[in-house]
Design a protein around this ligand. Structure first.
Ligand code: GLN
Length: 291
């Protein structure tokens, strides 16, 4: 990969630093160069909102120059801004993200809403978030439904550490277990299973945006030959549970809704199978419900 090197001009205003970085990022082919320059600048200077705009005429602090160059260089070479900043917002809260976890996507908020809608006002439900990554699904559900018991698994110990820190920082009561999909929950009888597993077909990985392909964890992306391995494995692993859940809710990739709905149908545990489109109109979530 071609490498671009950013060296900032000393003794300039913050506004000039912004302009300089925007042009650099643009020359690297970064999308939304100005938005990214602003995000990184706010991060490096520890300023947000009005304070950032107020500071624009000030001279750029010399002691932040190294951090600034490092951040702009990372971005110019394709690192997602969220990994540089170490944060991503989800459902109104700020989560820590590291390259050990997938950056949470806004459509996953709709998966959570669909689950909450189907669960209605039911109390005391046991809910599993399978492949929790940064922990966004488990933490959001635990905070929204304080009387639920929420458990979450991930196959990556590093991801689980990030999720644990997020739960702690946001005050969510989630039990984390290391292991492959449903395996750590053997013998349990959950009411709800939610999962946004890796679903990219192996041969499509090379064609992904470089920011995703080269920086987000492969384990969180690769769903095997047709991308559906994690769903199939979870259907098989249902037999490890004391009873199948009354609600199962999956996020999936473009064009996978029919196949995943069929998998749920053939499992025979759910009376209704519903598909939920995302904001772009793509069938993004499939739920099995038996109430
Ligand atoms: N469950 C996490 C999320 O929704 C992680 C998903 C993943 O790594 N495939 O963001």
């Amino acid at each position: 990969m071609e490498r671009h090197v950013f060296v900032s001009t000393p003794e300039r205003s913050i506004r000039e630093a912004f302009t300089e970085a925007s042009s650099f990022l643009e020359s690297c082919g970064v999308m939304e160069p100005q938005h990214n320059a602003k995000l990184l600048l706010e991060h490096v200077l520890g300023l947000t909102g009005t304070a950032y705009y107020m500071a624009l005429p000030d001279s750029f602090p010399a002691d932040r120059r190294d951090a600034w160059e490092a951040a702009v260089n990372q971005k110019g070479n394709g690192v997602p801004a969220q990994y540089i900043i170490g944060e991503q917002e989800f459902y109104g809260l700020t989560y820590e993200v590291t390259p050990a976890v997938l950056i949470p996507r806004p459509e996953t908020e709709l998966l959570i809403e669909a689950v909450l809608e189907q669960a209605g006002s039911a109390r005391g439900l046991t809910t599993l978030d399978i492949g929790t990554g940064s922990g966004v699904i488990a933490v959001t559900l635990a905070l929204k439904s304080q009387d639920w018991r929420v458990l979450a698994s991930d196959i990556s110990p590093e991801a689980l550490e990030v999720a644990r820190r997020n739960a702690k920082r946001l005050g969510a009561n989630v039990e984390f277990r290391l292991g492959n999909l449903l395996e750590p929950f053997t013998g349990l009888a959950p009411d709800i299973i939610v999962s946004n597993p890796p679903y990219i077909p192996a041969e499509d990985i090379e064609g992904l945006q470089p920011e995703v392909r080269d920086h987000e964890p492969r384990t969180a992306l690769d769903g095997g030959a047709d991308g559906l391995n994690p769903y199939r494995i979870m259907m098989e692993q249902l037999s490890l549970l004391a009873a199948p859940p009354r609600i199962i809710a999956f996020e999936l990739g473009m064009g996978q809704a029919d196949a995943v709905a069929d998998l749920l149908r053939s499992a025979g545990h759910w009376e209704r199978i519903i598909t939920v489109p995302d904001l772009a109109g793509i069938d993004r979530h499939v739920l099995g419900i038996s109430l």
